[in-house]
Write a protein that binds this ligand. Structure first.
Ligand code: ZN
Length: 166
């Protein structure tokens, strides 16, 4: 028998948002439930329960204690984390054009070359997509990935959501 490993000790290497991660909540009275949401996070913060996760691997799976709740909330995207996402919590200064290699510029989704003049980088596409949705109404596809290391990046987005080029 072994103690659960520490998710907190892994820092940002722990993939909190991994779709196949199995979260387990153990309430103070011993009741066990599966899943992770903000309510479970609040209960853990209040000391009413403890959270664990099984991180599935190819040959074995390990049990982790979710022992750094701040990191957990950042990892789940519930609290903005500038270091992890590369993105400041501000209005980005964005210039963009239709992607240089886009062959179908009239398609529903097109590739977009953009420059983050504010100095931010994209390390977390979901976080960037959410910010751009709020700031400019962009519909950035999160399934298609992105490229670039900054200040220039290429993402895919719904053409009609982009508005006038600037
Ligand atoms: Zn920025």
């Amino acid at each position: 028998m072994a103690e659960p490993r520490s998710a907190g000790a892994m820092g940002t290497e722990f993939p909190y948002e991994l779709g196949t991660m199995c979260y387990i909540e153990v309430a103070a009275d011993g009741a066990v439930s599966q899943g992770a949401d903000r309510a479970a996070y609040q209960r853990a913060l209040a000391g009413q329960s403890r959270l664990f996760a099984v991180w599935p691997g190819n040959y074995r799976s390990d049990l982790f204690a979710i022992d750094d709740l701040d990191q957990y909330a950042r990892g789940m995207g519930w609290v903005h984390d500038e270091t992890r996402t590369g993105l400041a919590d501000h209005e980005h200064q964005v210039r963009w054009q239709i992607g240089e290699f886009e062959r179908n510029p009239n398609g529903t989704y097109i590739s977009v070359d953009l420059w983050l003049d504010c100095g931010c980088t994209i390390r977390d596409l979901r976080a960037f997509a959410e910010q751009m949705r709020q700031q400019r109404g962009w519909d950035v596809a999160t399934s298609g990935g992105y490229s670039g290391v900054g200040p220039r990046f290429t993402v895919r987005a719904r053409r009609r959501s982009l508005g006038p080029q600037a």
